[in-house]
Write a new protein. Sequence first.
Length: 321
Amino acid sequence: MTTATARAHPNIALVKYWGKRDEELMLPAAGSLSLTLDAYATTTTVSLEPSAAGDRFALNGAEADAGQAERVTRFLDLVRSRAGSTARAVVRSHNEAPTGAGLASSASGFAALAVASAAAYDLDLDREELSRLARRGSGSATRSLVDGLAIWHAGDDDASSFAEPLEGPAMSMIIVTVDPGQKKISSREAMRRTARTSPYYTAWVDSTARSLEEMAAACRAGDFTRVGEITESNALRMHAAIQASDPPIRYLRSASLAVFDAVEQLRADGVEAYATADAGPNVVVISRPEDARAVSRHLAGHGEISIVGAGPGAQLITEED
Ligand code: PMV
């Protein structure tokens, strides 16, 4: 093929990925587990341009900045070396996530790029191989290849570090955007700083490996309560390790903590909800699907709210010669 288009969705981790054991291969220090969402898709078209001198990358209709373009080229270099091709490409990517919603667009972005570029360069990869390929672009992208709940096995080499589906209880996610404008330190830089300077980093990695096993068992048992409890404690442990970095990094603001407080109050009132947060101030609350409306009403004063559910892994949409 010379042109291929793929679509992928972001995912939100219930057991977080934070820290690498191998930066080159993008092997995580511990495994993680997430839900691929049914909203905020990235759609990416890769067209081979054999006569072009370099790659081009347009994001939401505008030429991407140099840093983003270089990341895409580094990823395409990997695909080209596997395909035995030197052809450059034009990459056009469109992101449905509102800017600043705090949804890691790198997950949907690199998952869509992995599927579209593999097809454009005629690599015949199965889902597991595509998950491994997406990992090289961004760790969290590893999981966006999978429908719904995904477990990313940390692995100890390129072949063993990929995501696969797992059964679990039905759940909704209520995304609470408390601060759409917040500038954040990139997850890559913050992970490095945490690993190098946080005295809690080793404890974080050890406890996450244990939480992942417990989380996988709770998912298989369909135990929503335990899934929620592990989700919230794992997120708070990640932020504790990050905050202990030198110089400190605080992603959670007072508005974020107010959502954690409100979620605790919901539980005290008998509605099961649990909070988590990524590398930014916004909070994602999980609930049983039938409670999602009540939870979102309760959190309405805390920011922009959207309710999302489980969605499909990255897919090829069209291919043409
Ligand atoms: O792969 P990255 O650079 O998007 O890092 C993801 C980090 C977290 O979102 C905080 C956790 C996770 O597992 O998604």
